[in-house]
Design a protein around this ligand. Sequence first.
Ligand code: NAI
Ligand code: UGA
Length: 440
Amino acid sequence: MQISVIGCGYLGAVHAASMAKLGHDVVGVDTDVTKVEALARGEAPFFEPGLPELLRDVVATGRLSFTSDVADVADAQVHFVCVGTPQRKDGYAADLSYVDSAVDALAPHLASGSLVVGKSTVPVGTARRLEQLVTAIQPESGLAWNPEFLREGFAVKDTLHPDRIVYGVGEYGVGGDSFRAEALLDEVYEAPLAEGAPKLVTDHATAELVKVAANSFLATKISFINAMAELCEATGADVAALADAIGMDKRIGRKFLNAGLGFGGGCLPKDIRAFMARAGELGADQALSFLAEVDSINMRRRVRMVDLAREVCGGTVVGRRIAVLGAAFKPESDDVRDSPALNVAAQLQLQGGDIVVTDPQANANAAKVWPTLKFADSADEAAEGADLVLLLTEWRAFRELDPVSFGEKVTRKRILDGRNVLDPQRWREAGWTYRALGRP
Ligand SMILES: NC(=O)C1=CN([C@@H]2O[C@H](COP(=O)(O)OP(=O)(O)OC[C@H]3O[C@@H](n4cnc5c(N)ncnc54)[C@H](O)[C@@H]3O)[C@@H](O)[C@H]2O)C=CC1
Ligand SMILES: O=C(O)[C@H]1O[C@H](OP(=O)(O)OP(=O)(O)OC[C@H]2O[C@@H](n3ccc(=O)[nH]c3=O)[C@H](O)[C@@H]2O)[C@H](O)[C@@H](O)[C@@H]1O
Protein backbone atom coordinates (compact mmCIF):
# COMPACT_ATOMS: atom_id res chain seq x y z
CA MET A 1 0.00 0.00 0.00
CA GLN A 2 1.14 3.57 -0.67
CA ILE A 3 1.44 5.46 2.60
CA SER A 4 2.59 8.91 3.62
CA VAL A 5 3.79 9.94 7.06
CA ILE A 6 3.58 13.66 7.74
CA GLY A 7 5.93 14.85 10.47
CA CYS A 8 9.09 12.75 10.87
CA GLY A 9 10.16 13.39 14.46
CA TYR A 10 10.49 10.80 17.26
CA LEU A 11 7.11 9.31 16.34
CA GLY A 12 6.90 9.84 12.57
CA ALA A 13 10.41 8.73 11.58
CA VAL A 14 9.96 5.45 13.44
CA HIS A 15 6.45 4.99 12.07
CA ALA A 16 7.56 5.65 8.47
CA ALA A 17 10.48 3.22 8.69
CA SER A 18 8.34 0.58 10.42
CA MET A 19 5.56 0.83 7.82
CA ALA A 20 8.17 0.30 5.08
CA LYS A 21 9.49 -2.67 7.05
CA LEU A 22 5.96 -4.12 6.95
CA GLY A 23 6.20 -3.99 3.15
CA HIS A 24 4.41 -0.74 2.33
CA ASP A 25 5.69 2.01 0.02
CA VAL A 26 6.19 4.98 2.27
CA VAL A 27 6.98 8.66 1.74
CA GLY A 28 7.86 10.66 4.84
CA VAL A 29 7.15 14.41 4.78
CA ASP A 30 8.71 16.99 7.08
CA THR A 31 9.01 20.77 6.88
CA ASP A 32 12.51 20.51 8.41
CA VAL A 33 14.72 20.16 5.33
CA THR A 34 17.81 19.11 7.32
CA LYS A 35 15.83 16.26 8.87
CA VAL A 36 14.49 15.20 5.48
CA GLU A 37 18.01 15.12 4.02
CA ALA A 38 19.39 13.03 6.89
CA LEU A 39 16.49 10.57 6.74
CA ALA A 40 16.78 10.29 2.95
CA ARG A 41 20.41 9.23 3.45
CA GLY A 42 19.15 6.56 5.83
CA GLU A 43 20.45 8.42 8.90
CA ALA A 44 18.40 8.77 12.08
CA PRO A 45 18.23 12.45 13.12
CA PHE A 46 17.96 11.44 16.81
CA PHE A 47 19.02 8.56 19.02
CA GLU A 48 16.63 5.62 19.07
CA PRO A 49 17.89 2.06 19.48
CA GLY A 50 17.36 -0.03 16.32
CA LEU A 51 16.28 2.92 14.18
CA PRO A 52 19.58 3.45 12.27
CA GLU A 53 19.67 -0.22 11.19
CA LEU A 54 15.98 -0.20 10.25
CA LEU A 55 16.32 3.04 8.24
CA ARG A 56 19.38 1.84 6.35
CA ASP A 57 17.61 -1.40 5.59
CA VAL A 58 14.35 0.05 4.25
CA VAL A 59 15.81 3.09 2.47
CA ALA A 60 18.04 0.66 0.55
CA THR A 61 15.00 -1.38 -0.59
CA GLY A 62 13.58 1.78 -2.20
CA ARG A 63 10.33 1.42 -0.22
CA LEU A 64 11.02 4.49 1.92
CA SER A 65 11.77 8.01 0.72
CA PHE A 66 11.45 11.51 2.20
CA THR A 67 10.38 14.90 0.93
CA SER A 68 9.59 18.36 2.24
CA ASP A 69 6.86 18.88 -0.35
CA VAL A 70 3.48 17.46 0.62
CA ALA A 71 2.38 17.56 -3.06
CA ASP A 72 4.69 14.55 -3.54
CA VAL A 73 2.33 12.28 -1.58
CA ALA A 74 -0.80 12.81 -3.68
CA ASP A 75 -0.81 9.13 -4.72
CA ALA A 76 -0.90 7.71 -1.20
CA GLN A 77 -4.04 5.92 0.01
CA VAL A 78 -3.32 6.43 3.71
CA HIS A 79 -1.72 9.56 5.22
CA PHE A 80 -0.51 9.39 8.82
CA VAL A 81 -0.33 12.73 10.62
CA CYS A 82 2.53 12.60 13.16
CA VAL A 83 3.42 16.27 13.75
CA GLY A 84 4.05 17.71 17.21
CA THR A 85 1.37 18.92 19.64
CA PRO A 86 3.47 20.70 22.29
CA GLN A 87 2.15 22.70 25.22
CA ARG A 88 1.11 26.21 24.20
CA LYS A 89 3.35 29.01 25.44
CA ASP A 90 0.39 30.86 26.94
CA GLY A 91 -1.06 28.07 29.09
CA TYR A 92 -1.73 24.37 29.48
CA ALA A 93 -3.60 23.69 26.24
CA ALA A 94 -2.05 21.80 23.32
CA ASP A 95 -0.70 23.85 20.45
CA LEU A 96 -2.60 22.48 17.45
CA SER A 97 -1.03 24.82 14.90
CA TYR A 98 1.26 22.10 13.47
CA VAL A 99 -1.62 19.62 13.07
CA ASP A 100 -3.83 22.27 11.49
CA SER A 101 -1.21 23.42 9.01
CA ALA A 102 -0.22 19.84 8.11
CA VAL A 103 -3.86 18.90 7.38
CA ASP A 104 -4.51 22.19 5.55
CA ALA A 105 -1.50 21.58 3.31
CA LEU A 106 -2.44 17.95 2.68
CA ALA A 107 -6.17 18.32 1.96
CA PRO A 108 -5.92 19.73 -1.61
CA HIS A 109 -3.72 16.77 -2.60
CA LEU A 110 -5.99 14.00 -1.27
CA ALA A 111 -6.93 11.39 -3.84
CA SER A 112 -10.46 10.04 -4.04
CA GLY A 113 -10.83 7.13 -1.61
CA SER A 114 -7.86 8.13 0.54
CA LEU A 115 -7.79 8.21 4.32
CA VAL A 116 -6.13 10.69 6.66
CA VAL A 117 -5.08 9.00 9.91
CA GLY A 118 -4.18 11.09 12.93
CA LYS A 119 -1.50 9.67 15.23
CA SER A 120 -0.47 12.81 17.08
CA THR A 121 -1.86 13.15 20.61
CA VAL A 122 -4.68 15.70 20.43
CA PRO A 123 -7.48 17.14 22.56
CA VAL A 124 -10.75 15.24 22.19
CA GLY A 125 -12.84 16.78 19.43
CA THR A 126 -9.93 17.47 17.08
CA ALA A 127 -10.59 14.49 14.79
CA ARG A 128 -14.18 15.44 14.15
CA ARG A 129 -13.19 19.01 13.31
CA LEU A 130 -10.42 17.86 10.97
CA GLU A 131 -12.68 15.33 9.28
CA GLN A 132 -15.12 18.09 8.37
CA LEU A 133 -12.25 20.16 7.01
CA VAL A 134 -10.86 17.28 4.94
CA THR A 135 -14.17 16.06 3.50
CA ALA A 136 -15.17 19.63 2.58
CA ILE A 137 -12.21 19.65 0.20
CA GLN A 138 -12.20 15.98 -0.89
CA PRO A 139 -15.66 14.50 -0.22
CA GLU A 140 -14.47 11.05 -1.29
CA SER A 141 -12.03 10.81 1.62
CA GLY A 142 -12.19 10.21 5.33
CA LEU A 143 -10.36 10.64 8.58
CA ALA A 144 -9.60 8.17 11.35
CA TRP A 145 -7.70 8.53 14.62
CA ASN A 146 -5.14 5.87 15.44
CA PRO A 147 -3.34 6.91 18.64
CA GLU A 148 0.22 5.78 19.20
CA PHE A 149 1.48 4.21 22.43
CA LEU A 150 5.18 3.71 21.67
CA ARG A 151 7.82 4.49 24.28
CA GLU A 152 11.02 6.26 23.30
CA GLY A 153 13.90 3.84 23.65
CA PHE A 154 11.64 0.95 22.54
CA ALA A 155 9.95 2.77 19.67
CA VAL A 156 10.77 0.32 16.88
CA LYS A 157 9.70 -2.73 18.85
CA ASP A 158 6.56 -0.99 20.14
CA THR A 159 5.58 0.02 16.58
CA LEU A 160 6.16 -3.36 14.96
CA HIS A 161 4.74 -5.35 17.90
CA PRO A 162 2.17 -3.11 19.62
CA ASP A 163 0.24 -4.09 22.78
CA ARG A 164 -2.94 -2.99 21.04
CA ILE A 165 -4.11 -1.06 17.99
CA VAL A 166 -6.92 1.46 18.37
CA TYR A 167 -8.88 2.91 15.44
CA GLY A 168 -11.25 5.78 15.94
CA VAL A 169 -13.37 5.94 12.82
CA GLY A 170 -15.62 8.84 11.94
CA GLU A 171 -19.29 9.16 11.28
CA TYR A 172 -18.71 9.44 7.58
CA GLY A 173 -15.60 7.39 6.97
CA VAL A 174 -14.18 7.15 3.49
CA GLY A 175 -16.82 8.08 0.95
CA GLY A 176 -19.50 7.80 3.61
CA ASP A 177 -18.48 4.31 4.73
CA SER A 178 -16.65 3.89 8.03
CA PHE A 179 -16.03 0.20 7.28
CA ARG A 180 -13.75 1.32 4.47
CA ALA A 181 -11.59 3.22 6.97
CA GLU A 182 -11.31 0.11 9.09
CA ALA A 183 -10.48 -2.06 6.07
CA LEU A 184 -7.71 0.32 4.97
CA LEU A 185 -6.18 0.33 8.44
CA ASP A 186 -6.46 -3.47 8.62
CA GLU A 187 -4.42 -3.60 5.43
CA VAL A 188 -1.79 -1.26 6.90
CA TYR A 189 -1.50 -3.30 10.09
CA GLU A 190 -1.96 -6.73 8.54
CA ALA A 191 1.29 -8.11 9.99
CA PRO A 192 0.91 -7.02 13.64
CA LEU A 193 -2.78 -8.04 13.56
CA ALA A 194 -1.82 -11.45 12.19
CA GLU A 195 0.71 -11.71 15.04
CA GLY A 196 -2.18 -11.30 17.48
CA ALA A 197 -2.13 -7.60 18.40
CA PRO A 198 -5.60 -6.85 19.79
CA LYS A 199 -7.63 -4.36 17.75
CA LEU A 200 -10.19 -1.97 19.12
CA VAL A 201 -12.45 -0.09 16.76
CA THR A 202 -14.29 2.86 18.24
CA ASP A 203 -15.42 6.39 17.48
CA HIS A 204 -13.14 9.40 17.08
CA ALA A 205 -13.69 10.85 20.55
CA THR A 206 -13.05 7.56 22.36
CA ALA A 207 -9.85 6.94 20.40
CA GLU A 208 -8.56 10.43 21.23
CA LEU A 209 -9.46 9.93 24.88
CA VAL A 210 -7.86 6.46 25.09
CA LYS A 211 -4.49 8.05 24.40
CA VAL A 212 -4.63 10.85 26.98
CA ALA A 213 -6.30 8.56 29.50
CA ALA A 214 -3.46 6.04 29.16
CA ASN A 215 -0.79 8.70 29.64
CA SER A 216 -2.71 10.22 32.55
CA PHE A 217 -2.92 6.83 34.24
CA LEU A 218 0.83 6.27 33.82
CA ALA A 219 1.57 9.75 35.18
CA THR A 220 -0.78 9.13 38.11
CA LYS A 221 0.93 5.86 38.95
CA ILE A 222 4.32 7.58 39.06
CA SER A 223 3.04 10.48 41.16
CA PHE A 224 1.26 8.06 43.49
CA ILE A 225 4.52 6.31 44.31
CA ASN A 226 6.32 9.64 44.59
CA ALA A 227 3.68 10.81 47.07
CA MET A 228 4.43 7.62 49.03
CA ALA A 229 8.11 8.58 48.79
CA GLU A 230 7.29 11.87 50.52
CA LEU A 231 5.65 9.87 53.31
CA CYS A 232 8.61 7.53 53.47
CA GLU A 233 10.95 10.50 53.82
CA ALA A 234 8.82 11.81 56.69
CA THR A 235 8.90 8.48 58.52
CA GLY A 236 12.21 6.86 57.58
CA ALA A 237 10.51 4.13 55.54
CA ASP A 238 11.78 2.76 52.22
CA VAL A 239 9.71 3.53 49.12
CA ALA A 240 11.54 0.96 46.97
CA ALA A 241 10.53 -1.86 49.32
CA LEU A 242 7.03 -0.41 49.53
CA ALA A 243 6.74 -0.39 45.71
CA ASP A 244 7.93 -4.00 45.54
CA ALA A 245 5.38 -5.05 48.13
CA ILE A 246 2.35 -3.30 46.67
CA GLY A 247 3.46 -4.19 43.15
CA MET A 248 3.21 -7.89 43.97
CA ASP A 249 -0.54 -7.47 44.05
CA LYS A 250 -1.42 -8.35 40.47
CA ARG A 251 -4.19 -5.76 40.48
CA ILE A 252 -1.58 -3.05 41.11
CA GLY A 253 1.50 -4.35 39.29
CA ARG A 254 5.12 -3.23 39.83
CA LYS A 255 5.56 -1.38 36.52
CA PHE A 256 5.63 2.43 36.63
CA LEU A 257 6.10 2.40 40.40
CA ASN A 258 9.73 3.53 40.33
CA ALA A 259 9.94 6.44 42.72
CA GLY A 260 12.50 9.17 42.24
CA LEU A 261 12.80 12.35 40.26
CA GLY A 262 9.48 11.83 38.52
CA PHE A 263 8.31 12.01 34.95
CA GLY A 264 9.37 14.30 32.14
CA GLY A 265 9.67 14.14 28.38
CA GLY A 266 7.75 15.46 25.42
CA CYS A 267 4.54 13.65 26.32
CA LEU A 268 3.42 12.81 29.88
CA PRO A 269 3.74 16.35 31.34
CA LYS A 270 2.19 18.20 28.38
CA ASP A 271 -0.48 15.54 27.86
CA ILE A 272 -1.90 15.72 31.38
CA ARG A 273 -1.92 19.52 31.18
CA ALA A 274 -3.62 19.58 27.77
CA PHE A 275 -6.16 17.06 29.07
CA MET A 276 -6.99 19.34 32.02
CA ALA A 277 -7.27 22.33 29.69
CA ARG A 278 -9.63 20.45 27.38
CA ALA A 279 -11.74 19.21 30.28
CA GLY A 280 -12.09 22.85 31.34
CA GLU A 281 -13.29 23.84 27.89
CA LEU A 282 -15.85 21.05 28.03
CA GLY A 283 -17.09 22.19 31.45
CA ALA A 284 -15.72 19.03 33.08
CA ASP A 285 -12.68 20.49 34.85
CA GLN A 286 -13.63 18.91 38.20
CA ALA A 287 -13.32 15.43 36.69
CA LEU A 288 -9.60 15.93 36.16
CA SER A 289 -8.73 18.15 39.11
CA PHE A 290 -6.65 15.26 40.51
CA LEU A 291 -4.27 15.65 37.56
CA ALA A 292 -3.25 19.06 38.90
CA GLU A 293 -2.09 17.23 42.03
CA VAL A 294 -0.34 14.58 39.91
CA ASP A 295 1.53 17.41 38.18
CA SER A 296 2.47 19.21 41.36
CA ILE A 297 3.66 16.05 43.16
CA ASN A 298 5.82 15.46 40.10
CA MET A 299 7.29 18.96 40.01
CA ARG A 300 7.94 18.87 43.81
CA ARG A 301 10.38 15.97 43.25
CA ARG A 302 12.68 18.24 41.29
CA VAL A 303 12.61 20.89 44.02
CA ARG A 304 13.22 18.21 46.63
CA MET A 305 16.31 16.97 44.76
CA VAL A 306 17.73 20.49 44.58
CA ASP A 307 17.03 21.02 48.30
CA LEU A 308 18.66 17.69 49.16
CA ALA A 309 21.76 18.61 47.12
CA ARG A 310 22.01 21.90 49.01
CA GLU A 311 21.52 20.16 52.34
CA VAL A 312 24.20 17.55 51.63
CA CYS A 313 26.57 20.34 50.54
CA GLY A 314 26.15 21.99 53.95
CA GLY A 315 23.44 24.55 53.17
CA THR A 316 24.72 26.06 49.93
CA VAL A 317 25.85 24.87 46.52
CA VAL A 318 27.69 28.09 45.71
CA GLY A 319 31.05 27.14 44.18
CA ARG A 320 30.47 23.42 44.80
CA ARG A 321 31.54 21.15 41.96
CA ILE A 322 28.55 18.90 41.26
CA ALA A 323 28.64 16.05 38.74
CA VAL A 324 25.23 15.37 37.18
CA LEU A 325 24.88 11.94 35.62
CA GLY A 326 22.11 12.14 33.02
CA ALA A 327 20.46 14.86 30.95
CA ALA A 328 17.89 12.91 28.90
CA PHE A 329 14.38 12.58 30.37
CA LYS A 330 14.96 8.82 30.53
CA PRO A 331 17.64 6.32 29.53
CA GLU A 332 17.96 5.05 25.92
CA SER A 333 16.88 8.44 24.60
CA ASP A 334 18.57 11.71 23.63
CA ASP A 335 15.33 13.62 24.27
CA VAL A 336 15.68 16.47 26.78
CA ARG A 337 12.16 17.90 26.45
CA ASP A 338 11.01 18.72 29.98
CA SER A 339 13.82 16.57 31.34
CA PRO A 340 13.82 16.37 35.17
CA ALA A 341 17.60 15.77 35.12
CA LEU A 342 18.36 18.85 33.07
CA ASN A 343 15.92 20.91 35.11
CA VAL A 344 17.71 19.98 38.35
CA ALA A 345 21.14 20.64 36.81
CA ALA A 346 19.98 24.08 35.64
CA GLN A 347 18.42 24.97 39.01
CA LEU A 348 21.64 24.07 40.81
CA GLN A 349 23.65 26.17 38.39
CA LEU A 350 21.29 29.11 38.93
CA GLN A 351 21.95 28.72 42.67
CA GLY A 352 25.68 29.11 42.09
CA GLY A 353 26.79 25.49 41.73
CA ASP A 354 29.66 24.54 39.43
CA ILE A 355 27.81 21.90 37.44
CA VAL A 356 29.25 19.32 35.04
CA VAL A 357 26.67 17.21 33.20
CA THR A 358 27.26 13.98 31.34
CA ASP A 359 24.85 11.87 29.31
CA PRO A 360 25.71 9.03 26.93
CA GLN A 361 23.47 10.47 24.18
CA ALA A 362 21.88 13.76 25.22
CA ASN A 363 24.85 16.12 25.82
CA ALA A 364 24.36 17.89 22.46
CA ASN A 365 20.61 18.41 22.88
CA ALA A 366 21.10 19.53 26.49
CA ALA A 367 23.76 22.05 25.44
CA LYS A 368 21.29 23.59 22.98
CA VAL A 369 18.80 24.17 25.82
CA TRP A 370 21.33 25.11 28.57
CA PRO A 371 24.52 26.27 26.82
CA THR A 372 25.97 27.65 30.07
CA LEU A 373 26.26 24.19 31.65
CA LYS A 374 29.55 22.31 31.33
CA PHE A 375 29.46 18.89 29.69
CA ALA A 376 31.72 15.88 30.04
CA ASP A 377 32.06 12.78 27.89
CA SER A 378 31.86 10.24 30.70
CA ALA A 379 30.87 9.79 34.33
CA ASP A 380 34.56 9.58 35.29
CA GLU A 381 35.33 12.88 33.58
CA ALA A 382 32.29 14.60 35.11
CA ALA A 383 33.20 13.32 38.58
CA GLU A 384 36.75 14.71 38.50
CA GLY A 385 37.08 16.78 41.68
CA ALA A 386 33.34 16.63 42.47
CA ASP A 387 31.99 17.57 45.89
CA LEU A 388 28.74 15.77 45.08
CA VAL A 389 27.45 13.35 42.44
CA LEU A 390 23.79 13.26 41.34
CA LEU A 391 22.47 10.27 39.42
CA LEU A 392 19.44 11.69 37.62
CA THR A 393 18.90 9.50 34.51
CA GLU A 394 19.41 5.79 35.07
CA TRP A 395 21.53 4.83 32.05
CA ARG A 396 23.05 1.38 32.39
CA ALA A 397 26.57 2.91 32.38
CA PHE A 398 25.64 4.81 35.55
CA ARG A 399 23.77 1.93 37.21
CA GLU A 400 26.86 -0.23 36.76
CA LEU A 401 29.42 2.23 38.17
CA ASP A 402 31.89 0.64 40.55
CA PRO A 403 31.69 2.67 43.77
CA VAL A 404 35.32 1.88 44.64
CA SER A 405 37.08 3.02 41.45
CA PHE A 406 34.54 5.81 40.87
CA GLY A 407 35.27 7.03 44.39
CA GLU A 408 38.86 7.76 43.36
CA LYS A 409 37.70 10.47 40.93
CA VAL A 410 35.75 12.63 43.34
CA THR A 411 36.86 15.03 46.07
CA ARG A 412 33.98 14.10 48.40
CA LYS A 413 32.26 10.71 48.21
CA ARG A 414 28.65 11.92 48.28
CA ILE A 415 26.02 10.64 45.92
CA LEU A 416 22.30 11.32 45.54
CA ASP A 417 20.48 8.56 43.68
CA GLY A 418 17.60 10.35 41.97
CA ARG A 419 16.26 7.14 40.43
CA ASN A 420 16.69 4.61 43.24
CA VAL A 421 18.80 2.32 41.10
CA LEU A 422 22.01 1.92 43.10
CA ASP A 423 22.58 -0.56 45.89
CA PRO A 424 22.82 1.69 48.99
CA GLN A 425 24.74 -0.89 51.01
CA ARG A 426 27.41 -1.37 48.35
CA TRP A 427 27.97 2.37 47.98
CA ARG A 428 28.05 2.96 51.73
CA GLU A 429 30.51 0.12 52.21
CA ALA A 430 32.78 1.83 49.67
CA GLY A 431 32.77 4.91 51.89
CA TRP A 432 30.10 6.98 50.14
CA THR A 433 27.43 9.08 51.76
CA TYR A 434 24.42 7.70 49.87
CA ARG A 435 21.07 9.48 49.84
CA ALA A 436 17.98 8.83 47.74
CA LEU A 437 14.48 10.19 47.43
CA GLY A 438 12.08 8.22 49.60
CA ARG A 439 14.65 5.97 51.25
CA PRO A 440 16.21 6.14 54.69
N1 NAI B 1 7.68 10.90 21.04
C1 NAI B 1 6.92 9.89 21.39
O1 NAI B 1 7.39 8.94 22.00
C2 NAI B 1 5.46 9.86 21.06
C3 NAI B 1 4.80 10.98 20.60
N2 NAI B 1 3.44 10.97 20.42
C4 NAI B 1 2.79 12.15 19.89
O2 NAI B 1 3.18 12.29 18.54
C5 NAI B 1 3.27 13.65 18.15
C6 NAI B 1 4.66 13.93 17.62
O3 NAI B 1 5.58 13.80 18.67
P1 NAI B 1 7.16 13.72 18.42
O4 NAI B 1 7.43 12.88 17.24
O5 NAI B 1 7.76 13.39 19.71
O6 NAI B 1 7.46 15.26 18.03
P2 NAI B 1 8.72 15.84 17.24
O7 NAI B 1 8.78 17.28 17.59
O8 NAI B 1 9.91 14.98 17.45
O9 NAI B 1 8.31 15.69 15.70
C7 NAI B 1 7.37 16.47 15.03
C8 NAI B 1 7.86 16.66 13.59
O10 NAI B 1 6.83 17.27 12.81
C9 NAI B 1 7.45 18.17 11.89
N3 NAI B 1 6.43 19.11 11.41
C10 NAI B 1 5.87 20.17 12.05
N4 NAI B 1 4.94 20.76 11.28
C11 NAI B 1 4.89 20.06 10.12
C12 NAI B 1 4.11 20.16 8.93
N5 NAI B 1 3.18 21.11 8.78
N6 NAI B 1 4.33 19.27 7.95
C13 NAI B 1 5.27 18.29 8.07
N7 NAI B 1 6.04 18.15 9.19
C14 NAI B 1 5.85 19.01 10.19
C15 NAI B 1 8.57 18.79 12.69
O11 NAI B 1 9.55 19.36 11.86
C16 NAI B 1 9.09 17.55 13.46
O12 NAI B 1 10.10 16.88 12.74
C17 NAI B 1 2.87 14.43 19.41
O13 NAI B 1 1.50 14.69 19.36
C18 NAI B 1 3.18 13.47 20.53
O14 NAI B 1 2.40 13.72 21.68
C19 NAI B 1 2.70 9.85 20.65
C20 NAI B 1 3.29 8.71 21.09
C21 NAI B 1 4.72 8.61 21.33
O1 UGA C 1 2.68 9.56 24.47
C1 UGA C 1 3.86 9.32 24.48
O2 UGA C 1 4.70 9.99 23.88
C2 UGA C 1 4.42 8.17 25.22
O3 UGA C 1 4.64 8.60 26.59
C3 UGA C 1 5.21 7.61 27.43
O4 UGA C 1 6.47 7.16 26.90
P1 UGA C 1 7.84 7.96 27.10
O5 UGA C 1 7.53 9.40 27.34
O6 UGA C 1 8.71 7.56 25.97
O7 UGA C 1 8.54 7.41 28.40
P2 UGA C 1 8.10 6.57 29.69
O8 UGA C 1 8.85 5.31 29.69
O9 UGA C 1 6.64 6.51 29.84
O10 UGA C 1 8.69 7.49 30.84
C4 UGA C 1 8.18 8.80 31.04
C5 UGA C 1 8.83 9.44 32.24
O11 UGA C 1 8.40 8.81 33.43
C6 UGA C 1 9.51 8.48 34.23
N1 UGA C 1 9.18 7.26 35.01
C7 UGA C 1 8.74 6.15 34.38
C8 UGA C 1 8.41 5.02 35.10
C9 UGA C 1 8.52 5.02 36.49
O12 UGA C 1 8.23 4.03 37.20
N2 UGA C 1 8.97 6.14 37.09
C10 UGA C 1 9.30 7.28 36.39
O13 UGA C 1 9.70 8.29 36.99
C11 UGA C 1 10.66 8.31 33.27
O14 UGA C 1 11.90 8.51 33.90
C12 UGA C 1 10.36 9.38 32.25
O15 UGA C 1 10.85 10.64 32.66
C13 UGA C 1 4.29 6.38 27.47
O16 UGA C 1 4.91 5.37 28.25
C14 UGA C 1 4.04 5.86 26.05
O17 UGA C 1 3.13 4.77 26.10
C15 UGA C 1 3.45 6.99 25.22
O18 UGA C 1 3.24 6.57 23.88
